[in-house]
Design a protein around this ligand. Sequence first.
Ligand SMILES: Cc1cc2nc3c(=O)[nH]c(=O)nc-3n(C[C@H](O)[C@H](O)[C@H](O)COP(=O)(O)OP(=O)(O)OC[C@H]3O[C@@H](n4cnc5c(N)ncnc54)[C@H](O)[C@@H]3O)c2cc1C
Length: 361
Amino acid sequence: MTDIIVIGAGISGLVCAQQLSQAGYSVLVIEKSRGLGGRVATRRLLEGSIVIDHGACYVKPKGEILTRLIELLCDNGVLQVWDGTFLEKSTSLPENAISIPSTSPAYIAPAGMSSMAKFLAKGLNITLNQRVTGINLTADKHWHLTLANDGSNNSPITAKAVVIAIPAPQALELLQPLERELLDLTFLEKLRSLEFFPSISVMAGYPVTSQPLPQWNAVTIKDDHMLAWIGLDSSKRLNPTQPVFVVQSSANFAQQHLETQDIQLVGKQILQAAADCTELGWLASPEWIQVHRWRYAFPRNPLTTSFLAVEGDSPLVACGDWCGGNLIPDALNSGIAAAAKINTQLQQRILPDTKFLEILF
Ligand SMILES: Cc1cc2nc3c(=O)[nH]c(=O)nc-3n(C[C@H](O)[C@H](O)[C@H](O)COP(=O)(O)OP(=O)(O)OC[C@H]3O[C@@H](n4cnc5c(N)ncnc54)[C@H](O)[C@@H]3O)c2cc1C
């Protein structure tokens, strides 16, 4: 029996778990993937010699806690400013017109963005490779979670409170069966109303001799039917072995191709479009290519509240970027708010709040 189970080891789940475990609760985080970070995702190829961020590409400071976290991660060599040129291209502008947006600094992790999550996970009790497949309430009003790993069911676990730190449509799948007995209609209606945009991320590596290299680090593309973002991912690395690009598709294009079987072919189409858009013809002929489908990439219509809670004797709170926004800062704020809510429903301990970071470093 644990005090609190947190489902999901993305930014919101990890921050929430830190707050609660530093306040003295017993907390267990359950994560379905092999790694930490959720959509703050890093892929490592060739025994780690190639590192690629195929989820969040960078983080920008917003709010006191994230600003402090970024500061501490910079001091510890985990994050640094992504120096260079960032372009914005709109199909509604005349051919080849490119505007340079004035932006606040973007921070990246040379070892991969998921190293942010590794820091936030310090000291936590986390079980990886376990998907929560069911939630039920026991007669003594404790939450009973069913887990599955590689298709085989494992023994269920029990907790006094549950935090669901996963995208809203996935939370709905888990909670829908409780509709009649436990959950009030407004809670489920809110979950049901939330939609996410999908995205397809293409990772591609090129020969070291590729020329000309771009004079920019990334291009954001507005209003294009196929492309949303093109980033020279290898410009984030300290000693890149070859030029590596990440290209993110538009939400509309991802919607059309999310279920396409030959996703490599879709990836090649995206690279061809990136080559045309940037006038770097060689982008269409990579040495290698990997494609990732994000079914739930960005919340389309986030809530205006920072969490969603079930009132009653058995605390259950849902959180994530979709509670208040669609980026890392929103996930972080939501995780902190969810911890505060669970705490008021349990033992009302003193939470570390902004101080939780100092303990990690
Ligand atoms: C392609 C892409 C690019 C992005 N770029 C940026 C960017 O540049 N800057 C920025 O700030 N943000 C960016 N974002 C958004 C950012 O990644 C998210 O806002 C943030 O990571 C969301 O965190 P979260 O904790 O709410 O959810 P998630 O990161 O989705 O975490 C949820 C976790 O729960 C796990 N999970 C789900 N279901 C279960 C289950 N049943 N059992 C156990 N575990 C489960 C998942 O595996 C995942 O690890 C990007 C996102 C994408 C997809």
